[in-house]
Design a protein around this ligand. Structure first.
Ligand SMILES: *Cc1c(COP(=O)(O)O)cnc(C)c1O
Length: 347
């Protein structure tokens, strides 16, 4: 059987990076966040496409992701690690030439003890209360700052996808105050922050989701298509049910297609009949429960049943599918399963 095919449009990723880059002044560097295997799309092809587009700085969540990325893209880019300088990762930072974003006084001291002289970044907490040092913690290590080779100081916005949220301005003020006496390049904006405007751009932006075509960058080019092969079709009569729990019952003579893909592949069970599969641009409703490996679809109204049906396309985008599942595009992307054949196109 042909595999389910996840098609990743690398040209669209490059175009999205260029669009986000064009939203900031020329002097502002646009980096790229490719943590979690480039949001599930494949860190090797995505990393190389972004290098070709002009990206020179990358961010990952974990040192192990940085090691993998370094193998894929070679020496010609900076790789920052959001989790900072965690114990056990010391060798990885040296081997793969990674830059930790130190997020506590403890990490600062440990880094100075093990890797003084190597480049590092500082991660500050401006109000999200997830990672980073508060003003007081930063002050507690201020005597050590001259010994550090600090190349970036960063913080992260909690509400950047809600432009009117008062926390955006509050965090901006807090970050500006904490960095006022530091003579280091600053980074504050992820995708949402880029869209908030120049005051949030600082010296380096670090978009992630926007590169992959997701909200809040609504003008992004779509990146992902997901096509699921039809395994079997059958006709059911009025009163017959389909799938676990017999939750869907035919109210007309119906033709049901069973396709290869299920919640084990990241097709979230909760989206159920809120989502559809597409034959070209014709929507065919999902009927019955999504199971581990299979989805059942009402294709009664199709004249011809294609060999595969699409669940992510330009109509039912990652964000539309997320809405159907009660989640966000980030989770749809990073849940995309390992059983799909990933195909990379440059359109
Ligand atoms: C994931 C992440 C980003 C990228 O955010 P997007 O919303 O995907 O653009 C930037 N900075 C930090 C600290 C992150 O964790």
């Amino acid at each position: 059987m042909p595999a389910a095919v996840l098609t990743v449009n690398l040209s669209a990723i490059a175009a999205n990076w260029r669009s986000l880059d064009a939203m900031t002044a020329n002097a502002v560097e646009t980096a790229a966040v490719i943590k979690a295997n480039a949001y599930g799309l494949g860190v090797g092809p995505v990393g190389l496409a972004l290098i070709n587009a002009g990206a020179r700085t990358f961010f990952v969540a974990l040192a192990a992701e940085g090691v993998r990325l370094r193998q894929e893209i070679g020496p010609a880019a900076r790789i920052f690690v959001f989790s900072g300088y965690m114990r056990g990762d010391e060798a990885a930072f040296v081997e793969a030439d990674l830059i930790p974003l130190l997020n506590s006084a403890d990490q600062v001291l440990h880094f100075l003890a093990k890797a003084a002289g190597a480049a590092c970044g500082l991660q500050l907490n401006s109000g999200m209360n997830r990672l980073g040092m508060e003003a007081e913690e930063l002050a507690s290590v201020v005597e050590h700052l001259p010994a550090l080779n600090t190349v970036l100081v960063m913080s992260h916005l909690a509400c950047a996808d809600e432009p009117e949220h008062p926390q955006n301005a509050a965090q901006l003020a807090a970050f500006n105050e904490m960095t006022a006496t530091l003579d280091t390049a600053r980074s504050f904006a992820a995708t949402g922050g880029v869209l908030l405007g120049a005051g949030y751009h600082m010296e380096l932006t670090r978009p992630g989701i926007g590169l992959y075509g997701g909200a809040p960058f609504v003008e992004a080019q779509p990146v992902v298509t997901l096509s699921l092969p039809v395994i079997q079709t059958r006709d059911v009569v009025i009163g017959e049910s389909v799938g676990y729990g017999a939750t869907w019952v035919a109210t007309r003579p119906s033709r049901i297609a069973t396709v290869a893909g299920g919640y084990a592949d990241g097709l979230i069970r909760a989206m159920g009949s809120n989502a559809a599969l597409y034959a070209g641009d014709v929507a065919c409703p999902i009927v019955g429960r999504i199971s581990m490996d299979l989805v059942t679809v009402d294709v009664t109204d199709l004249a011809n049943i294609p060999s595969a049906l699409d669940i992510i396309n330009t109509v039912q985008t990652v964000d539309v599918l997320a809405e159907a599942a009660g989640t966000i595009g980030y989770e749809i992307l990073t849940s995309l399963g390992g059983r799909y054949e990933r195909r990379y196109t440059e359109s």
